[in-house]
Ligand binder design. Sequence first.
Ligand code: SF4
Length: 219
Amino acid sequence: MAGKQAPGAQRWVPDRVTPQRLRAGVDQCRGCELYENATHGVPGRGPRDAPLMVVGEQPGDQEDKAGEAFVGPAGKLLDRALAAAGIDPESVYRTNAVKHFRWERGRRGNRLHKGPTRTHVAACGPWLVAELDMVQPQGVVLLGATAAQSVYGSDFRITESRGVRLDWPDEIRGSSVVQPPDWALATMHPSAVLRSRQREDDLARLVEDLERAAGLLIP
Ligand code: SF4
C-alpha cells in the first residue's frame, strides 16, 4: 500500500473481547484500506478456551464471502492434517494474521489472492493480540511466512525454523499478550501444500509438524 497510511486496528478493538465483539469490531475496522474491497471482515473461530491456536495469512475468496475463517480448500486440508496428527479440528481456534481479503482481478474476472504487505500485517496486529488474550492458548501453530513473521518479525525464515518449538516473544507488534502462549511452532500453510507439485510429501511434513505441536500440548 505504497503511499497510504494505515492507522492500525487498535481503535476498533474493544476493551473486553468476546467472539461477538470480535466479529463486529473486525467487520467495522478501518485500520487499513483492505476493508474497501472485501465482503466481510473475517475473525477467528473456534472454542474460546482452545488449547491450540492456528494462525494463517489472510482469508481467501471463500472465507471472504462466508465471513468465516478456514472454510475454503486450505481449511479443509488443515482439518485433514489436524485429524491425521491426532488433533480434533473442532478443538482448535483458527485465525489469520490479517482479517480482510486482499486480492486483485484476474484476466478471467476472477479474484486472485494477493498477499498482504508488512503494513497490513502491522495494522491488523492488535486483532491477533486481542484473540490471544481472549483464548489464551497453550501453544500457537503459525502457518506460513506471513503468520510467522507477524509474531517473530520480518527476519524470520520458515525454512530455518520450521517444526521446532519456539519460545513466545515478549512482545508482538509492540504489544504484550496478557497470558502469553508457552510456545509457537511454524510450518507450511495448507494453501502452499495445495499448490505444491509434491503435495503428498508436503502434506506428510505438515502432519509431522502438527504431531510435534500435539506433543507439546499439556492434557
Ligand atoms: S485488514 Fe485488519 S487492520 Fe485492515 S481493515 Fe481489516 S481488520 Fe482492520
